[in-house]
Design a protein around this ligand. Sequence first.
Ligand code: GLC
Ligand code: CA
Length: 518
Amino acid sequence: MNAKQPAWLADAIFYQIYPQSFYDANGDGIGDFQGIIEKLDYVKDLGCNALWLNPCFASPFGDAGYDISDYYTTAERYGTNDDLKRLFDETHRRGMHILLDLVPGHTSIEHKWFRESMKAEKNEYTHRYIWTDSIWEEPEGMGCIRGFSDRDGSCAVNFFSHQPALNYGFYKPDKPWQQSTDDEGPRATLEELKNIMRFWLKIGCDGFRVDMAGSLVKHDEDGKGTIKLWQNVRAFLDAEFPSAAMVSEWGEPDKSLQGGFHMDFLLHFGPSHYNDLFRCEEPYFSARGKGDISEFVAKYIENYEKAGRRGLICIPSGNHDMDRLSRLLHGTELKLAFAFLLSMPGAPFLYYGDEIGMRYVSGLTSVEGGYGRTGSRTPMQWDDTANAGFSRAPEEKLYIRTDAEPDRPTVKSQIADSNSLYHEVKRLIAIRRSHKALQNMGEIEFVYARKNTYPFAYLRSAEDEHILVVLNPSGEEVSFRYKYTPKEAIYTLGGEISREQGMLVVPPQSAGYYAVNP
Ligand code: GLC
Ligand code: CA
């Protein structure tokens, strides 16, 4: 079952905003909805036409908001529900769309459902979470919270130990305390999830990025139970909100698409080989030229085939969970990375600040459960005023301190420099948006992707448009055999390819998009 795509998704280019760190409009040291509204024109001008906002709901912020204590109310620090609605309206007024982050797998221990479920007396929330029957029995393989409820039992957790797992049932229950997906408790959890979605979709969001979407039903090795659960959600969306977009943090497109998601992320963990590109000892996009693209491509093809040869796999530039793209790549390497990211199928996701090469800030004390991730969550660097223009609060009040390096990149300095990463990204986005073959649903065929070898080449196609992408991140001139002669160059960086005796010769550290007639 492949869900019908909302039309706007076909050329959506997302900009991910971590709301804490984007722009602080009221000067209290932390980003807010009004701040995002004030910077919408910046995002639009860059060429992005869609947003994904990390969770912005009531929370004790033990995991930066992925520990929700009330799904129906925004966190005060960002603004009210009405302010969020204003953000939706302002986004739409600019012809853009916006996804919220849906966290279906767990809540905070401070959620009233959890407090109710801790009670010894049976109540509406007794089965909202996964509890064993006795404090001495732990839910196998899941980690648990135990020893501070009146209820005699241990409660399974989903991520950190303050994030109890919501109960959607077990695929094949084999203990008395394990519920089946059809039991009343799990069914009520699912209905509540739909209520939450309905609530925000009615107010005006355009869909959701779904946190840990593939792990809702427990002991569900092949994902069959979880797929079925999302098909149930799909039926609800088809009936009530057919144009809502659903993007999953799942990493197995064959499963997530069956579950009715429109797109799935390529993840930096699991078998994707995404890290081979930008985040390993010898990244493919490093000028050292010692990387390998072949395993990434092999896995990509496998997923692409499973996804019905459609562009449903989103490759992010980064996100709030991984090191910044610029940790291991610099200068031209970053531009080449974007020439790749912005020419692949599936909606691209740009993590705020990656377009100016914001750095991973090392040595920070963990903030809100960020740990090593904190260095990728520092305030956006807008200009050369105090706090890089992020906030007018005193420095010590900032949510996370800003990158302290004197040469930190800023939006202002990058806009002033016509040779900057910012301008390259903007140029690449504009090119993508004006060529259907390069967009989300255009096909891809890998032309040249050999083990430990450069360049890397692929053909993007839609209808009768065909574009050959040739990337050579290495510092050496390389060549490869290609039977067709590329026509005009649509984009080049670092020089054009040339033809010599049936071979295409590719300059060092270069990228090019070429129209071809295969
Ligand atoms: C996802 C989020 C991450 C969070 C975790 C638990 O992986 O991206 O930030 O900590 O889920 O919700
Ligand atoms: Ca603020």
